[in-house]
Design a protein around this ligand. Structure first.
Ligand SMILES: C[S@@+](CC[C@H](N)C(=O)[O-])C[C@H]1O[C@@H](n2cnc3c(N)ncnc32)[C@H](O)[C@@H]1O
Length: 252
């Protein structure tokens, strides 16, 4: 109890994270797909054709099928929600990134949807970073297991901590067209990943983040970089923004 109190006093952000997590859970629980469609329209314009494509992909079908069968919900329960998988597919179809980096793979539902969209665009390369450890209960050989064999030629899975692997990878790639965060959802780590990817993202490129309702990170990023971003928005749990200018944010 005392140790917990000391931890919170040292890091008061933990309180806002806990409150936001509770609010987010309540928000997700009452959400309808019609409301998600309305948000997609507001943020991305009419992407209904891409939504239909996303729902026809083998990965979506597999996850939806699994979600409807309580005996087989292992991957579905822990993987990114179907609503966010659909929005990510639309984002990739709309902005057509050739080179994209993401963190946080787990079973690979979101990675698979990115790759399906890249294939529909005519090609692309996705670099994904995830931890090699089994602390989350997922055996290492199942990490990214949802990514279909026929899409793997466009995919490179890098096993390691994003704190080490992300700066190395970005330096090697020099410029990227899109970045998505879905690894460790703490305010500090999320902001660190956004700000690490930012200088490598080309103007017109897209930065996105999963679970933006569970910490203040995406909001802080939006305020700090507002002079260099456009189309800043959120659909369900996925935040997105387009880089419009190569600004350096004011010092904290
Ligand atoms: C929310 S899950 C990702 C869900 C995934 N995008 C999907 O479609 O199901 C978070 C993942 O981030 C990984 N992770 C957590 N901390 C990390 C770190 N510091 N570096 C890289 N990956 C990390 C975990 O191993 C886990 O697989």
């Amino acid at each position: 109890m005392l140790a917990k109190l000391i931890r919170v006093l040292r890091n008061p952000t933990l309180i806002s994270e806990r409150l936001m997590q509770q609010q987010a859970a309540a928000f997700y629980a009452q959400r309808t797909e019609a409301e998600n469609d309305a948000e997609r329209l507001a943020v991305l314009g009419d992407v209904s054709a891409f939504v239909a494509e996303a729902r026809a992909t083998p990965t979506y079908q597999r996850l939806a099928d699994e979600a409807s069968d309580p005996a087989r919900q292992t991957a579905m329960r822990q993987t990114t929600s179907l609503a966010d998988c659909v929005t990510m597919y639309c984002l990739i179809r709309q902005f057509k990134p050739k080179v994209m980096v993401e963190t946080g793979v787990f079973y690979g539902g979101l990675s698979a949807m990115i790759l399906h969209a890249m294939a529909a665009n005519g090609g692309g390369s996705l670099y994904s970073i995830d931890l090699p450890v089994e602390s989350d209960g997922l055996p290492a050989d199942q990490r990214g297991g949802l990514v279909p064999e026929d899409l793997r030629h466009m995919w490179r899975l890098i096993l390691g901590d994003s704190r080490e692997e992300l700066p190395k990878l970005l330096k090697k790639l020099r410029q990227i067209d899109a970045f998505n965060h879905d690894s460790l959802h703490t305010t500090e780590h999320m902001l660190w990943e956004y700000e690490t990817a930012w200088p490598y993202l080309r103007i017109g490129g897209v930065i996105s983040s999963h679970d933006v309702l569970t910490t203040p990170a995406w909001g802080r990023f939006g305020r700090r970089y507002r002079k260099g971003i456009g189309q800043y928005g959120r659909v369900y749990g996925l935040g997105m923004a387009v880089k419009t200018a190569d600004i350096r944010p004011p010092k904290r």
